[in-house]
Structures are given as C-alpha cells and as structure tokens.
Design a protein around this ligand. Structure first.
Ligand code: IPE
Ligand code: IPE
Ligand code: MG
Ligand code: MG
Length: 296
C-alpha cells in the first residue's frame, strides 16, 4: 500500500534542500531582502505545489531530477503570493506558516520587495535549470505555463477578483471562477509542469490537467472550510478572518455541508482524470485526497 506520510516527508526533504540551494545564489550584496526571502520560504509550508509537480512527473514516467528545479520555482511563486496576500493592503494578516508574517517581521517595504524578488527568482530558476534539463521547446512551454498561471490570466487576476468580491453578493459560479484563478491556476500549472518536464504526451498532459484543475478548486474550498472551523495552531494562520471581513467564500455561499460535499465532488471529478495512469498515479491519488481531508 502507498504510504502518503512517508512520501510527503521524503519529498519535502528533497524539495527543501533544493530550495535552499536557490536562495542567496550569487548575491553580491546580501541585505534584509535576502533574509526576508529566506524567512518566508523556510517558515515551512506543505510544499504542496512542488509535491504535485513531482508526482505528475512520476505519473508520466519521468525522473525526480527532471522537475526538481521547476518544482522549486513553483514554491517561490506560491510563497511570494502568500507574502503579498498577507500585506495590510490585502488580507492584513499577522501570522503565516506559524510565524509572524513577512511584513510583521521585516516591514512592509521589505515584504513587498521580497515578494517581487521571489517571483523574479522563480523565472531565473526556470530559465537556467529548465533549459539545462529539458529540450528547448519543453523549457519554453514550461515557462509560458507558469507565467500564464501566475499573472493576469491566473493568480493575480484571482487576487484582484477576491478583493472586488468582498462584501458583495456573488454566485457560486462567480466565486468558483475566482477560486480557479487565485488558487486553481498555480496548482493546475504545477501538475502540467511536472508532466511536461517528465516527457508526458499531449494526451497525458490533458488528463493531468483535468486532475489539476479540479484538485485546485477543491483545495480552495478546503481552505475556506479550514478558515471557518480549522485549528489555528495546526494551520499556522488565523481562522475566522473570512467571516470577520465578510468575504465571499465557499462556506458563505454553500454552507458548511454544501462546501464539504462540493470539495468531495471536485475530488471525484479530478481523480477520473487519472484512470489512464494505473498505479503510476498512486501519489497523485493520495495527494488529491489529502487536499480535501487535510487539517492544515
Ligand atoms: C494557502 O496555501 C494559500 C492558498 C492558496 C489558499 P497552502 O495551504 O498551500 O500554504 P502553505 O504553502 O502550506 O503554507
Ligand atoms: C490566498 O488565498 C491565495 C493566494 C495567495 C494566491 P487566501 O487569502 O484565501 O488564503 P489564506 O487563507 O490567506 O492562506
Ligand atoms: Mg487573500
Ligand atoms: Mg489570505
């Protein structure tokens, strides 16, 4: 039987060691900027996007080394998004990953710059490392997938809509579209990048996209549920803030039971995409279940 805990622990160790390699690389004049970048990366986090990237690479028969650098680039982008998401002008949160948020620890200006630098570093990593390990066409494809998922067609637009939807009555359809952008896009991209770097065929990449898009949506529904009834100690971030800020969430729109059922429905749909991979997809199956059942 597949042991998810051991898998996660083992891969997190590899990912963390690799992330460390990419921090401070060739910095001619280290400042608080570098400290803040390291602080937010090393604060912890589940490393879910890199894990999904590695597992998708595995599903198409690729090797871990093929996608480790791109997996790290995805975590840099994710961490940048958290640093900016927590800023006073955005969600104004004080704790993240069990520690003071980046702007609480380093000040707002440094936190903004640390986010900028993490985002930029991700593309430096992709440019260098991906070009070394992948065929040029695959490398270019990966960079385009990540850029699209991170920017105005993906996460940043989702963050904009998240703010615009505050204190506004939105339908589940609108909310779900916003979830797909702010959270789903990068998760879907993580799976696709793993598949491309692992040498997957177009059919395999399409099948994994079905998985990634549904699991990405399920992830945000679970995040909304945890904000309502999770344990702040376990989560490492505050709970109840969505309600306090009258944010439109899966819970405010569907209710607790409705949101729970929706997460399960999305997972089921997502797992349908994995049928073609047989037991090569066991890590993806287990990670998908973990996304909806997790307590942090
Ligand atoms: C939280 O992401 C932010 C969302 C996109 C909803 P994670 O729950 O993956 O955060 P970390 O990386 O484990 O801290
Ligand atoms: C965070 O969404 C999404 C991104 C950072 C792109 P939320 O604001 O809902 O997530 P948490 O609860 O702060 O982690
Ligand atoms: Mg937010
Ligand atoms: Mg937030």
């Amino acid at each position: 039987v597949f042991k998810l805990d051991a898998y996660i622990e083992d891969k997190q160790r590899v990912i963390n060691a690799h992330l460390d390699r990419f921090l401070d690389r060739g910095t001619p004049y280290p400042t608080a900027l570098n400290e803040a970048m390291r602080y937010s990366i090393e604060a912890g986090g589940k490393r879910l996007r890199p894990l999904l990237c590695l597992a998708a690479c595995e599903a198409v028969g690729g090797k871990e080394a093929d996608c480790l650098a791109s997996a790290c680039a995805l975590e840099f982008i994710h961490t940048y998004s958290l640093v900016h998401d927590d800023l006073p002008a955005m969600d104004d949160d004080d704790t993240r990953r069990g520690k003071p948020t980046c702007h609480k620890a380093f000040g707002e200006a440094t936190a903004i710059l640390a986010g900028d630098a993490l985002l930029t570093a991700a593309f430096e990593i992709l440019g260098h490392e991906v070009a070394e390990t992948a065929a040029p066409a695959a490398a270019a494809k990966v960079i385009a997938i990540v850029a699209k998922a991170a920017g105005a067609s993906g996460m940043v637009q989702g963050q904009m809509l998240d703010l615009l939807f505050e204190k506004k009555a939105v339908s589940w359809k609108e909310l779900s579209m916003m979830h797909g952008l702010k959270t789903g896009a990068l998760i879907e991209a993580s799976v696709k990048v793993g598949a491309v770097m692992g040498g997957g065929t177009d059919e395999q990449i399409d099948a994994l996209t079905v998985y990634g898009s549904h699991v990405g949506l399920a992830f945000q529904v679970a995040d909304d549920l945890l904000n309502e009834r999770g344990d702040p100690e376990l989560l490492g971030k505050p709970v109840g803030s969505d309600k306090a800020m009258s944010k439109a969430t899966a819970v405010s729109t569907l209710g607790l039971d409705g949101a729970t059922m929706e997460a399960m429905r999305l997972l089921r749909k997502g797992l349908e995409g994995l049928a073609v991979f047989g037991n090569r997809a066991e890590a993806l199956i287990a990670l998908g279940k973990y996304v909806v059942e997790r307590r942090h």
